[in-house]
Write a protein that binds this ligand. Sequence first.
Ligand SMILES: [Zn+2]
Length: 483
Amino acid sequence: MAQIAPRIDAPSAAPIDLDGRWLIPGLWDQHVHLGQWVLRTARLDLGAVRSVAEACAAVRERLASTASAPVVAWGHRPATWSEQPTVAALDAVSDVVPIVLIAGDGHHGWLNTPALTLLGLPPREGVVSEGEWFDTYPRLAEVGLGGDDSPAAYRLAMEQLARLGIVGVVDLEFGSPVDAWAERAAAGADLLRVRTGAYPDFLDDYLAAGLRTGTPMPGCGPRQTFSVLKIISDGSLNTGTAWCCDPYRSGAGGPGGADGSHGAANYGASNYGASNYTVAELDDLVSRAVRNGVEVSTHAIGDAAVAQALDVHERWSAAGSIEHAQLVRRADLPRMARLGLRASVQPAHLLDDRDPTEQNWPDRAGRCFALRWMLDAGVLLALGSDAPVADLDPWLAMAAAVHRSADERAPWHGEQALTVSEALAASVDGQGTVHVGMRGDLVALDDSPFVAGSADSAEQARHLRSMRSALTVIDGQVAHTSV
Ligand SMILES: [Zn+2]
């Protein structure tokens, strides 16, 4: 390790016996919304409950362990439960302490009477759903139920991430003021490497603070740096706003999927999605970033948005990345490679977007999450999660890239899958394999990440999802150890 990380004070560092474990470079997540992830980490996780009774039992346990502090939980998915959530069931757990259970898909809240009263909502039998819930959710913070995103909560989340083998994240949180990291770093939330992105509204503040790509954030050490200007150039598939070369649901027409679950008004044969910016606006933003030494990450989900992003990056020689690149034209990929732009992709989204894609882009599903084509064209792949949209877990991202199915179905366009080595290589921030001269960011695994002698992608994915770090070293210092 002394050779790998010249910054370690080798004589004083005690040797660590890894006892035959696997050593890989530290893992990165190249697209997260860290503040939202921290909030979620502090909430009770009900992702595994399968009934009203199980949910109530978990809440009862939480109340007992927190001296009856209000409970905010996240993750239950009752669509397939035999019994549906009721206010009465939660009131039976406590009719004094507010309880708010946020559904795993974010589309409803299951509240008890004290929580309904606190939020000024009328009494009811069941959950608060859709529009009423979307109006209610942002008000949780006003009544003290927003959750904890203090520096201490950041520190806790970072420790949990280090246990997965994560050494760094690219934080593209919305509305991040330029001085937010100073307070966190001062309070010890400086364990991981964090590259912060700024949105257009904040660019001037960041530039005024003297920041350019690679500069430490104000008040921070070298682990927390400014990285990119983030531009959201189009929308998303699920809202029918990703900008495409061909109309949505080409040839079929009509709103949404067969079950009406994706019935956004702007789906249909005349909708192409749209760019969020005019070309002049993009030129202004990108050129200003380049002039000031700032790289650019452009969110582009539809193929038309990807092509436009490549045009703008090329015109201004803007280094950086295309975020998502969910739907691409194959002919655009060699240009992405030539421009040296990273494809910052989130494989776990393909698990969720498989069915909406088949419903709305049935003619182009083979060009979605086209990871194999990207590698073939020489594009630099960088995996991420877009947490909290997907779990902040590189092993999940790798598993989805290797085995493109969340259920018993065969892989979805398996010809675009990655091998385990390729997925790993796309998760270590370009560090390749462990070698002399690399950063002192290392992870020791109890097990090989490869399943020997197996060509079964489902088995490989299951194995990847079981991986945890036995030892995480960041910049030559131990960030997590169970060795
Ligand atoms: Zn995002």
